[in-house]
Write a protein of this length. Sequence first.
Lengths: 307, 148, 222
Amino acid sequence: MKTESRLEKVLASGALAVTSECGPPRGAVPEKVKEKAELLRGSVDVINVTDNQTAMVRMSSWAAGILIRQLGLDPVLQMVTRDRNRLAMQADIIGAYSHGINTMLCLSGDHPHFGDHPMASNVYDLDSVQLIQAVVKMRDEGKFQGGKDIDHPPKMFVGAAANPFADPFELRVMRLAKKVKAGVDFIQTQCIYNLDKFETWMKGVCDRGLHEQVYILAGITPMKTAGMARYMKNRVPGMDVPDEVVKRMESVPKEQQPEEGIKIAVETIQRLKEVKGVAGFHVMAIEWEEKVPEIVEKAGLLPRPEV
Amino acid sequence: MSDTFEPEIVAFCCHYCAYTAADMAGSKRISYPPNVKIIRVPCTGKVDAIHIMKALEKGADGVYVAGCLEGDCHFKTGNIRAAHRVRRVQALLEEIGVEPQRVEMITMSAGMGERFAKTARDFTEKIRQLGPSPVTTAARDSRRRAVS
Amino acid sequence: MITAVRKPMEEIIACVEPYDRILLVGCNECVSVCSAGGRKEVALLASALHMHFMKQGKTMDIREMTLERQCDPEYVEELVTSVDGADAVLSMACGCGVQTIAARYREKPVFPAVNTTFMGASERQGVWSERCQGCGDCVLGITGGICPIARCSKRLMNGPCGGSTKGKCEIDANIDCAWQLIWDRLKALGLERRIEDIMEAKDWRTSRDGGPRKIIREDLAS
């Protein structure tokens, strides 16, 4: 065991892991964080806390993470390289770890163009691969980027994202291999709607034996409406929503669409459970956290293991 | 003053079309306003933005560039370039608060004597409606004040 | 080349309005090539300014000059007599040129008439694109001749990110995904495996982050 991370323990036990996420509020409302986290209690192993997602200012990931930790739940510190240089990132990692946060996710983050601060400087001192390297170096070598020793190095279980659907597709396995080479422990993928394409990617991953070097959690996002399906298909970069999924959402009356969306999510999990190399699920119910327990239960992923 | 206003118009005319059309208008005795001062150019592609600007600066109330019909330029794309430059000058005029309509790109063929005359009449009328160029008005006024 | 675009007339006018005699200085180098501040643009700007002030009944004395290279003190020296006859200088060169004039003629106000934008190359007539950020530690040799720092919106050193779509960047469909270009080029060169080599965290000291940079060539500087 490299860390004290609950996620690492669950994955090491051989059980399918379940993670979810919680977007912190756009204001000093700690209750909001706690409410959202409580909805997930008992249904998931760890809770990702997003870091200024879609390049909009929110309560910082580590601060919201501490609030979640105080509830006795396990947060995953998400960290984008867009907003901070390597000094600030390493400082936050030590700080978060000092508060009992031992799992993190390294991301490059959405470009400021997408958020409500398009005028902000985008830092990118490091990229996501280099951030993985930095965190692993802190943990395994006890060294800062500058080369000096860390007094009590933070032992983070290190995650990263993978998008099996972005272009160029032929590069997608190679890019995962690169993150594995950088030392990543687990991967949470982009939301999966095109299962065939995901399985093709997973096959490529397994052919290279990468699934034995990294835990891969498949990304699941239930769709609330047919409108959301269309939006994700047409407007969200790097998202692959096949026509038949949109049609299926459109084929039921509006009031039944949320239910249909959940059905699709559950079916997706059930099919992907059988796919070689899938080590768990990352259920991202965007502003719909209350549905996560239902999805997890229907997918037969309860109870969560005690580790 | 606007009753007696006679606009000064400068027309850059391509030798291969508009200028020949003007000739034809003359030989056919089709009249067009004397306000239009024709400058013959080998191709409208030779008309640079600065030529149009200088005409306005030196007192023209309106300037138009008359070139060949699209696709008929003797030098292939001179008229297209001229049209781009006219647009650029229009944008610049707008920035300094001068009506961009004072500058225009017009196309015709050598045989269109009637069109040449009509264009000259229409453009002159348009500028007459716009009134004297704001560039020269202030200068004229201050000169008049100095004299009286 | 260094590219630039003219500032809005409103901003230029506000700068020179308080003065009666302006020396308008262009540059024959980069800004001339990118049609922002060469002889032609100097003439056009002078004419536009003349017209603007004539409209207001004011005669603005504008002297036009275009130097061979405005970022070189040797050429800026040529302005010595003209500067005397002007209340202010309006420069159409890049920021380097403006500063060379400001350094040489300390008591004369200097205003930029263009916004210096980027180091770029000409794609075709009238189109220029950013190509280099002058990071001081060129990686083009390992990225197939395409710069991820200048051309990836997130300047990722280990791209592409998850937003690359059909060869275009997620922030603008008119921007090529630099990492798609790099990948295509590495393939063409038969160097596909290179894409899996991790580019380590960059040492930005050679870039602007290390403070203002200077090159001293001892053999030339004596």
